[in-house]
Design a protein around this ligand. Sequence first.
Ligand code: F6P
Length: 604
Amino acid sequence: MTSNNPDLFLSLSAIWVLVFASLILSVVAVVSVARARRERGSRKASARPEQESNAEGRSLLREFEKNGQSADAALVNWTPETLRKILTEDLPDAQVIIVSNREPYIHNLKEDDGNAEAAEVELVVPASGLVSALEPITRACGGTWIAYGGGTADRLTVDAHDRVQVPPDSPSYTLRRVWLTPEEHEGYYLGFANEGLWPLCHIAFTRPVFRASDWELYEEVNRKFADTVVKEARNERPIVLVQDYHFALLPRMIRERLPEAIVITFWHIPWPNSEVFSICPWREKILDGLLGSSIIGFHTQFHCNNFIESVDRFLESRIEREDAAISYGGQTSLVHAYPISIEWPPVLLQGLPSVAACRSKVREKYGLAENVKLCVGVERLDYTKGIIDRFRALEQLFEMHPEWIGRLTFLQVAAPSRGTLPAYRQLHAECLRYAEDINRRFGRDGYSPVLMVAEHHSQRQVYEIYRAADLCMVTSLHDGMNLVAKEFVAARDDEQGVLLLSIFAGASKELLEALIVNPYDAASMADALLQALTMQSDEQRSRMRRMREIVRDNNVYRWAGSMLLDAARLRKRGEMDRATGGNGPPPGGNNVVNMFRHGRVAAL
Ligand code: F6P
């Protein structure tokens, strides 16, 4: 609960000094890049019409408004090199360790015929927003990525320490696999994470299931990962990037064993309001576990606020709202919004055929006539993604505008996911039934309005589909960010194509030029479909161009870089704190390090 602090005046002054010092630090960290960019900008600006410089002003303003991010970061040209620079200059000697459930590269036996030695091994990059975002970051920073080894050939491809160097074609970091028993996988991943926390955090009206046996395994597996982090750490002070709802207890476990580590936890899915969160029987333990982090990140400020409210309601803590800091159990964690993104320029585009070639290839594959527009949906087969709602909108469009029957095909690519859980099996069956129904009603010989392809596709295949599409529908009922929206934009270097985007996906706070839709409102989604189908090429271009600028400037290097800069600030403050004995103001200096007088920032 928020408490009254008798030293409020001192604390507030300290906070202001800290804010000021942070700004200076951040400007120093980025100044050279910013200067280069400004110079580039001013050279360009002198040749630009007034309209364009207004647009630039608006874009900077937008940076100020968006998720409380600082405008300094917007001035940086975020690249892998920027990240490396932050690591070498601001966090020298820091070992980066990433922890996630899903691994970036899965080795599978091609023919699981029981004869493992004879079978060929294939490499799969999983359908996961987390993986597409984190992989380029880890490639840039190096380090170790710890994840569950779930592939059928994963054990065959590691060394004696369960490590494998990846990416396989040009290794730049270590993948350290952790093995789980079938019981652990079932209780921790399928059970607590995906039948409990997943529906708890998403407003999709699927009831969460909480079982004590799942919770025990969740705790056990979090401990197993904590042991692995400690084993992989080269010294006492690594930077550990903990990913997602599979590891709510891990930050505290790491903190207990590596008190000097910086633990940055990123929660990739929404955080519910405190009333919904109260359903979870282990709510206090989850909050306690997360507050072992130095920094806790969410995609949007809204989810940060929900998290802070949950802590306020269920734990004895002190909350500095101005500073987004929570002091609890003698330590302080910062809670910030860091909107995740994708790499820019997208490496995948380099090896792809032209848009025209992708169009012909995909249209030929699915037997689409020349006059048929192609609308696509790409995701894991998950009930939060609003696939059924998309079908409803399509049905409404055909009912209200029958002239589109025969002239529009909707291709749904859905990677099978969590397929042993009842909610996912039901969804799969329902999607197939609904697609058949629409095809029966509106299809005819040689024309199917809906193509439902529930198969894994490689990233390359997915990008080809994006490039071939006239429209892309992202209609999540609730989503932390949704990287499909950003990938579609990245794939369209021809500046064509229309994006329909759910207002309930974090991406809608950034991609304002998409057609923003409410997936629960089939009639208005059908209207948006019609608007997209009839949108002129010029309008498509200006919308797409703007969205591409946004994704370029807010790429995944910025996401990771902002977290690393914040980590560097914490570490510097910690060093100052140590130099001054940790209590009281530094001799004759500002009271920056003492911002949290009643508790040390976690990881200092
Ligand atoms: O959206 C949450 C998330 O964990 C992502 O971070 C990831 O892309 C996706 O779910 C993958 O789910 P799974 O690993 O269960 O297939």
